[in-house]
Design a protein around this ligand. Structure first.
Ligand SMILES: [Zn+2]
Length: 300
């Protein structure tokens, strides 16, 4: 009798929980507020010796696909230079641990092996998340949002980016910081474009990691805006811009950690591209970025 009662209870739980299980994929603002609260509590505990907050600093692009370029300077290299400074500065902070997925010219060996050994599971991860996203869009639980124009990425790049997302989830990173320099689309080679200034991209609020990443992005932008002009590109003029499709931000709900993508100005701006100015620019950019992250974690 007891057994059959237990079975009945299990059955009721199953039929009650399953129909809603798929809906939990749509972002819930209370869950997001909780995510920030939990992260702040974990940070407080970490400063007293508990498990540290894990931050992944991703210098955008790589040696094979270097993003944009201007007069011989490759964006991937500039991203790496700045990422190293942010890494060094964050490493000195209490309660956080930092990692970078690549060196200047190649991915760290852990990720190189991961891309090869997990090729099939990365494709499956990508496919499954795309399918669930399509269900959410079809059922209008998530509304499609057209973001700022970005170059389409080729398959190889998309697989690597989704691979990094899967790896970051499995390794339980809390925060991902993507470091980039911007460019004007279809700018003439070796000519400057009309746009300049910084922009912080965050996931669309409807994505699982959206609301808490938007909060984090707001803190980082606030610190950056103290020292740098905001982008004059009309769609970036808000400073913090939501995006539904950037893989690095967790497109199709592929990221558990918070993710922010910072465009540290346009590559042809003299303070960035001129060698004699760049070091000082990077130092300032790193300092403001770290201040923003720490403000967020401390809830200031
Ligand atoms: Zn880039």
């Amino acid at each position: 009798m007891k057994n059959s009662l237990a079975l009945l209870l299990i059955f009721i739980v199953i039929i009650c929980v399953f129909p809603i299980a798929r809906y939990v994929h749509a972002a819930d603002p209370t869950a997001a507020a909780n995510a920030t609260q939990q992260l702040r509590a974990a940070y407080q505990a970490a400063t007293k010796g508990s498990k540290k907050i894990k931050i992944l600093i991703v210098p955008g692009h790589d040696a094979d696909h270097w993003g944009t370029e201007y007069r011989g300077a490759l964006e991937a290299d500039l991203n790496f230079e700045l990422a190293q400074k942010i890494y060094a500065s964050l490493k000195r902070q209490k309660g956080v641990t930092v990692k970078m997925p690549r060196e200047k010219s190649q991915y760290i060996s852990e990720l190189r092996k991961y891309f090869v050994n997990q090729q099939t599971s990365i494709s499956q991860f990508r496919r499954e998340h795309l399918q669930s996203m399509n269900v959410l869009l079809e059922e209008q639980i998530i509304k499609p949002v057209e973001g700022v124009y970005h170059n389409n990425v080729i398959e190889e790049v998309a697989n690597r980016l989704y691979g990094i997302n899967k790896w970051a989830n499995e390794n339980e990173f809390d925060i991902i910081l993507n470091i980039h320099f911007n460019d004007t689309p279809e700018r003439k080679r070796n000519r400057v474009g009309p746009y300049k200034g910084i922009a912080v991209y965050v996931p669309d609020k409807q994505l699982n990691n959206g609301p808490s990443s938007i909060e984090l992005g707001g803190y980082i932008y606030k610190q950056l805006a103290k020292k740098f002009a905001t982008s004059n590109m009309p769609k970036e003029s808000a400073g913090v811009i939501e995006d539904q499709k950037l893989i690095a931000l967790g497109a199709n709900n592929t990221l558990n950690p918070l993710s922010v993508l910072i465009e540290y100005g346009y590559i042809y701006e003299p303070k960035i591209i001129k060698q004699k100015n760049r070091g000082a620019y990077e130092d300032k950019a790193a300092k403001q970025t770290v201040a923003g992250i720490m403000d967020y974690l401390k809830g200031l």
